[in-house]
Design a binder for this molecule. Structure first.
Ligand code: CP
Length: 322
């Protein structure tokens, strides 16, 4: 792979390669000095045109742990404000020797467009309502890790609850989990489903209470208020009463149910119980697995395949490198 624009088209082999790489990276991350020389000499630029906490810091941490040089492009204080085009901005940054751009943009399709304007790798860190491939990979990796192996994903029943319509996370994570054999159900009010929900290829339900006792993974989504331009739900209070994970609903979950959320969590809306009080919560694991998976993606795109993998990851940074 040169770019990672979406999870569409990833094969079972691609997923497994990235999962195994992420396992190696997770081991690196347990070391006293969690830094390896694998990407020494490479430069990774994060270019975020929309807000982020987890994805931006996770990619920057991942790149640093692989010893890449990092640049952080801040759109809000850049020459874009003086009228420079996105294309000229990208070409300028490319000329500084960037090997990979990690791009988040409020408009769907921007990462795909950028591929035409640079020789560097483009990694989609979330574009509009469209895709968030590394979130999908870290989500699938988190479920796989909890269940003890990729083979256990087959037949696992995953419920995505909430604002499916505006969620690039839902679109990407549903695609990834389905590709790995999971049985996906979406639970949402009709107004928060995409226009042709049957194209998701999943079971569609409107009542969380009906599915709660028949699932292995409960994936809560944030109501994307910043993308909602019309009145799609009567009130957040009514939404919560029907779709939030409340203490009462949490008490009805089977002990082994994995509870996930991509963050940011809006307490009191999609969840009214303290997530840390839930035995099955994987929300914090998603964050730490995100670093391992993003290290895996950067390594896969930038280091090249083959025999160097083991050597590059077995030494700490000060012990040597390529
Ligand atoms: N999950 C996610 O993309 O979070 P951020 O918006 O904080 O990056």
């Amino acid at each position: 792979m040169k770019h990672l624009l979406s999870v569409d088209g990833l094969t079972g082999e691609d997923y497994e390669r990235l999962f195994v790489l992420a396992d190696h990276m997770a081991e690196v991350n347990t070391r006293a000095n969690p830094k390896v020389p694998a990407l020494r000499g490479r430069t990774v630029c994060s270019a975020f045109f929309e807000d982020s906490t987890r994805t931006r810091l996770s990619f920057e941490t991942a790149a640093k742990r692989l010893s890449a040089d990092t640049l952080s492009f801040a759109a809000g204080s850049s020459s874009l404000n003086k009228g420079e085009s996105l294309r000229d901005t990208l070409e300028t940054l490319s000329a500084m020797g960037v090997d990979a751009f990690v791009v988040r943009h409020r408009s769907s399709g921007v990462p795909e467009q950028l591929v035409r304007w640079t020789d560097a790798s483009i990694i989609n860190a979330g574009d509009g309502w469209h895709a968030h491939p590394t979130q999908a990979l870290l989500d699938a990796y988190t479920v796989r890790t909890r269940l003890g192996g990729t083979e256990h994903l087959r037949g696992v029943r995953v419920a995505f609850v909430g604002d499916i319509k505006h969620s690039r996370v839902a679109r990407s994570s549903i695609t990834a989990l389905k590709a790995l054999g999971a049985d996906v159900v979406v639970v949402a009010p009709t107004t928060l489903l995409p226009p042709a929900p049957e194209h998701l290829g999943v079971e569609i339900r409107h009542d969380l209470d009906e599915v709660l006792e028949d699932i292995d993974v409960l994936y809560l989504l944030r109501v994307q208020s910043e993308r909602i331009t019309e009145s799609l739900i009567p009130t957040l209070r009514e939404y919560s009463s029907r779709f939030a994970l409340t203490p009462e609903r949490a008490s009805r979950l089977d002990e082994g149910v994995i509870v996930m959320h991509p963050g940011p969590v809006i307490r009191g809306v999609e969840i009214t119980v303290d997530p840390s009080s839930l035995a099955g919560s994987a929300i914090i694991d998603q964050v730490s697995n995100g670093i391992s998976m993003r290290m895996a993606v950067l390594f896969d795109l930038l280091a090249g395949r083959g025999a160097e993998t083991a050597a590059d990851l077995t030494v700490n940074d000060e012990e040597g490198g390529r």
